[in-house]
Design a protein around this ligand. Structure first.
Ligand SMILES: [Zn+2]
Length: 137
């Protein structure tokens, strides 16, 4: 049985996998930690043996989550602080340069965690529920 078929046997709820992602735990069992250090991930879950990085570049998609949230927070707060509160641009720019760097580093682990959780949740739905996902691999 492949890992994908095994996932389809245990249909995961979106709420459960998102809670596990917030705790930086394995989306499948909720036991194994996703990170051993701040940036280093183990190859497999210690609880269920799920392989975290399925292929080289698997976590590239997590950068879109990180980038999207960072830019959304920056844009919304800039518009509010500059146009409504009235803080000058020259005052805000240095703050945002530091904020963008620190927030992206802080959110790195959560972006990977959410990416993995959403991928495993979608895989658990099975091919009958995902249009175009009927190709065997
Ligand atoms: Zn696990």
């Amino acid at each position: 049985m492949t890992e994908k078929q095994d996932l389809q046997k245990h249909q995961l709820s979106l709420g459960v996998v998102l809670k596990r992602a917030l705790k930086l735990r394995c989306p499948l069992c909720g036991e194994g930690k996703l990170f051993e250090g701040y940036f280093r991930m183990p190859e497999r879950c210690k609880g269920c043996n799920l392989k975290y990085e399925e292929a080289p570049g698997y976590f590239l998609g997590s950068t879109y989550i990180n980038y999207g949230l960072t830019i959304t927070l920056t844009t919304v707060s800039y518009i509010w602080l500059h146009f409504i509160v009235g803080i000058k641009r020259d005052t805000l720019i240095p703050f945002y340069v530091i904020f963008i760097i620190l927030f992206a580093l802080f959110f790195f682990r959560y972006a990977r965690s959410f990416w993995l959780a959403i991928d495993k949740w979608l895989s658990s739905l099975g091919p009958q529920n995902i249009p175009g996902d009927d190709i065997e691999d």
